[in-house]
Design a protein around this ligand. Structure first.
Ligand code: ADP
Ligand code: ASP
Ligand code: MG
Length: 467
């Protein structure tokens, strides 16, 4: 099979884990598979880089100077663990030093300018993957594999929406195939960087945080891969985040639709944009555990086998605020909803969920906490006159709330799901602030207070997904 395998941050954190990844890739290559490997930065590195750049913009040069030192040590330690030959080690050290000197120079410029543009942020953020790339390639070489390290700037062409770039698929397809297909045909194992691409002009971009999963399916699509395997630190997509719900179980198969819904509603195990390039060509995605590689994990396919359950999983999105526009005079006042949402859209604020009570006396919607005040200010301005006339009484925000999403294709047309969810929450005296059912019917979303989030997850999980 032609496979794209992506390894996440925890799977490549440190020399021994990088060797484990090299063993896995070589093992599958020996079985006759043609493999393109995609690597994330070591875990925490991207955070460190971005924080250092932002602090530099704010006038503080200490974080980037400290990061220069710790990142050098961290990558040297991994290299020293992997490379036996002194001369090869020396070359590898020089490469790491050059990239980290670039990082320090970039941060110094940011410090002098007192601002960091999205383009500069991408130049910094992409360094984590670029640092680890030659280390993983060397680990493969040490196992006797023919390999080539290729930065994804040579493979993935994107638009110039820095920090959230989208691939230009036709150009990417041509570029990636021209570079990778001959290598695969010669039995070489190419390794590339997740998370990043380049504009047509060759400027580095990133695909959004956690975007290495997306890199894997973009390349899977471009190369017509048979499957895309995403290696992470858990046994696949589970019925809930195992860090919150300890008895969460692995789902053997889920659909593209379910996976997209789960990732959109907070299941960090897959980046939300990952599904569409695979679904477009019906390419199965597997989610596997590098720390438990014999576990079959999860397959994400168009038509999964039924597992006998209507609800497949439950997820949570945190750091949200609910905005409410209310007023007795709203009843029968045409166009209020349209004005509310066009005001918010003009501010480029993303609305995650909407609900309106049947009395028509209020409209509620959910946004990220960080954007709530901006939404309120814009709405106050838009409805100033209506407030004076007494049609709108109040525009308010409730902070520290979460959306809980109950997801499963079998929910479509199955009565009683909502009642059972509310029953589980009522039993534990958890107040539901508002609810919405997505038009896909794959998803029942409810809003609860942040302090109730974990307890609510465990309650719903117990009633639907255990036993
Ligand atoms: P990687 O670094 O490999 O990309 P991430 O940290 O991005 O890994 O994603 C894996 C994590 O996602 C897991 O450790 C787990 O805590 C979290 N997670 C959240 N929801 C789920 C879920 N439904 N199933 C599995 N993991 C989940
Ligand atoms: N290293 C990047 C991040 O931390 C991309 C990824 O890990 O998927 O966001
Ligand atoms: Mg991830």
């Amino acid at each position: 099979m032609r496979l794209v395998m992506k390894f996440g941050g925890t799977s490549v954190s440190g020399g021994p884990r990088i060797q484990n990844v090299a063993d896995l890739v070589c093992g599958y290559a020996k079985q006759g598979h043609a493999i393109v490997t995609v690597t994330s930065a070591m875990s925490g590195v991207t955070d460190t880089l971005i924080r250092a750049a932002r602090r530099a913009a704010a006038g503080d040069d200490a974080p980037y100077l400290a990061a220069h030192e710790t990142l050098t040590e961290q990558h040297f330690a991994a290299l020293d663990h992997i490379i036996g030959d002194a001369a090869t080690r020396e070359i590898a050290h020089k490469h790491v030093t050059r990239l980290l000197d670039d990082f320090a120079n970039l941060c110094q410029s940011i410090h002098v300018l007192g601002e960091v543009t999205p383009r500069a942020l991408d130049a910094v953020a992409s360094l984590g993957e670029r640092l680890i790339l030659p280390i993983l390639a060397q680990a493969l070489r040490e196992r006797g594999a023919a390999t080539e390290a290729i930065e994804a700037t040579e493979l993935i062409i994107t638009d110039d929406n820095f920090t959230q770039a989208s691939p230009v698929m036709d150009a990417t397809r041509n570029k990636a195939r021209a570079r990778l297909m001959p290598l695969l045909q010669q039995g070489v194992l190419p390794v590339t960087t997740g998370f990043l691409g380049a504009t047509r002009a060759g400027i580095v971009t990133t695909l959004g945080r956690g975007g290495s999963d997306y890199t894997a399916t973009i390349l899977g699509n471009a190369l017509d891969a048979d499957e895309v395997w995403i290696w992470t630190d858990v046994d696949g997509v589970m019925t809930a985040d195992p860090r919150i719900v300890p008895d969460a179980q692995t789902l053997a198969e889920i659909s593209y639709g379910e996976a997209a819904e789960l990732s959109y509603f907070g299941a960090k195990v897959i980046h939300p944009k990952t599904i569409s390039p695979a679904a477009e060509r019906d390419t199965p995605i597997r989610i596997l555990n590098t720390f438990n590689p014999t576990h079959p994990g999860t397959r994400i396919v168009r038509a999964p086998r039924a597992n006998g359950r209507t609800v497949k999983a439950i997820t949570v999105i945190r750091n949200l605020g609910q905005i409410t526009v209310e007023g007795r005079g709203m009843q029968g006042m045409p166009g209020v909803a349209a004005r509310v949402f066009s005001t918010v859209a003009r501010e480029a604020i993303n609305v995650l969920m909407i609900s309106q009570s049947s009395s028509e006396q209020n409209i509620c919607f959910i946004v990220e906490s960080a954007q709530a005040q901006r939404a309120i200010d814009a709405l106050e301005k838009e409805f100033e006159l209506d407030r004076l006339r007494g049609n709108i009484d109040r525009i308010s925000a409730q902070d520290k709330i979460v959306i809980l999403a109950v997801v499963g294709e079998g929910m479509k047309g199955t009565p009683g799901i909502a009642a059972k969810v509310f029953g589980a929450l009522a039993e534990r005296r958890i107040n539901v602030i508002s609810i919405a059912q997505g038009s896909s019917e794959y998803n029942l979303s409810l809003v609860v207070d942040e302090k109730d989030a974990d307890e609510a997850m465990r309650a719903v999980h117990k009633n639907f997904l255990v036993g």
